[in-house]
Design a binder for this molecule. Structure first.
Ligand code: NAD
Ligand code: IPM
Ligand code: MN
Length: 363
């Protein structure tokens, strides 16, 4: 079957890692007899440079007219001093809103061959396997007003944390659905000792939990959660939390896997195409050097195959190839703890591609 995939490479290493992910998708298409049609769109800083907007209308149309979207990353120092409507990040927020991508799934999985790449001890990170379910289209990122202002004649600023209850319901429900197919535990992370929004979040979680008697619900304050993630990460199965807490906790959690360059994500839409993206950014410090780790982007492409196209076997083929490549000792610089030779981005992609082609056909 023919599938239309919109690719939004964006800025910095976004371009380098999506190129790798597309190559892997092409390999899978060839190997398993699928037809993927790739269409490209502009987003972020490069879109600002070329069109004056971080998310041109044309890009929105292209995305809506596709079966799934693969995104790299946006942003960079070149655009850091732009007014807020002309920042690359605004393009990313807008595409999330336009496509109603209310849930962002960020799985954290342990690779035994990377146990030396994490600064944490092996006994702590061994067998870690949980998913952060991050609310993606509400909260502080989207609340209005969000502006510079004056108060009592003095310079001031306001950002707004706004949620409607149904926005909480749908994300928490998704977390329970996921947990009911996993180890049956939901940890809802909030700041209910301080924030009214968190108190409604907690209440909502309690209400939804009644419909899932087989799933255990636990509440955890976000400051404690940040600590527990490092102290005892195996206690988590599904972590559900609001937009900004989820952003921060997932970068922290990436350390458990060895590198930010390992973590994929899937953004789930209420109705349209889903979007798949690594959780990392455009990494200006290593951009243009062909040394970024492409695995987060490649694993994001694998989730696309599984969640948008129902191609479970093909998704597993990619994940297995990544595992085998790491087992064989291949490393990009970010996960190369103690290793003499490191691979470039393109070399890593070639290794993973080779591993897919070498696999016995799984059907
Ligand atoms: P970042 O995620 O870009 O980088 C943080 C650190 O991790 C850097 O040292 C970087 O070199 C390293 N890193 C990230 N991905 C890597 C990979 N695949 N391989 C190897 N190393 C990797 O975060 P930052 O530096 O805080 O932000 C840079 C820019 O990216 C900012 O403009 C920010 O707004 C943007 N950003 C975009 C997204 C996105 O598009 N989804 C996500 C986060 C940050
Ligand atoms: C992410 C990023 C974005 C976010 C930024 C670039 C807007 O950090 O995807 O995690 O905070 O959502
Ligand atoms: Mn982030």
């Amino acid at each position: 079957m023919r599938r239309k995939i919109t690719v939004l490479p964006g800025d910095g290493i976004g371009k380098e890692v999506t190129r790798g992910a597309v190559e892997i998708l092409e390999t899978v298409a060839e190997r398993y007899g699928h037809e993927f049609e790739f269409q490209y769109g502009e987003i972020g800083g490069q879109a600002i440079d070329n069109t004056g907007s971080p998310l041109p209308e044309q890009t929105i149309e292209t995305c809506k007219n596709s079966d799934a979207v693969l995104l790299g990353a946006v942003g960079g120092p070149k655009w850091d001093n732009q007014p807020s409507h002309l920042r690359p990040e605004r393009g990313l927020l807008k595409i999330r809103k336009e496509l109603n991508l209310y849930a962002n799934l960020r799985p954290i999985s342990y690779y035994s061959s990377l146990s030396e790449s994490s600064p944490l001890r092996k006994e702590i990170i061994e067998e870690v396997d949980f998913v952060i379910v991050r609310e993606l289209t509400g909260g502080l990122y989207f609340g209005k007003p969000s502006e510079r202002t004056t108060h009592d004649g003095k310079e001031a600023v306001v950002d707004t944390l706004f949620y409607q209850k149904d926005e909480m319901q749908r994300i928490i429900e998704l977390a329970f659905e996921l947990a009911s197919k996993r180890r049956k535990k939901v940890t809802s992370v909030d700041k209910a000792n301080v924030l009214e929004s968190s108190r409604l979040w907690r209440e909502t979680a309690e209400e939804i939990a009644e419909r899932y008697p087989e799933v255990e619900l636990e509440h955890m304050l976000v400051d404690n959660a940040a600590m527990q993630l490092i102290r005892n990460p195996r206690q988590f199965d599904v972590v559900v939390t609001e937009n900004m807490f989820g952003d921060i906790l997932s970068d922290e959690a990436s350390v458990l896997t060895g590198s930010l360059g390992m973590l994929p994500s899937a953004s789930i839409s209420t109705q349209g195409p889903n979007l798949y993206e690594p959780i990392h950014g455009s990494a200006p410090d290593i951009a243009g050097k062909n040394i970024a780790n492409p695995i987060a982007a490649i694993l994001s492409a694998a989730s696309m195959l599984r969640l948008s196209f129902g191609m479970e076997v093909e998704a597993e083929a990619i994940e297995k190839a990544v595992g085998e490549t790491l087992d064989s000792g291949s490393r990009t610089g970010d996960i190369a703890e103690g290793q003499v030779r490191t691979l470039t981005t393109t070399e890593m992609v070639a290794e993973i591609k080779g591993a897919i082609l070498d696999q016995e056909a799984i059907t």
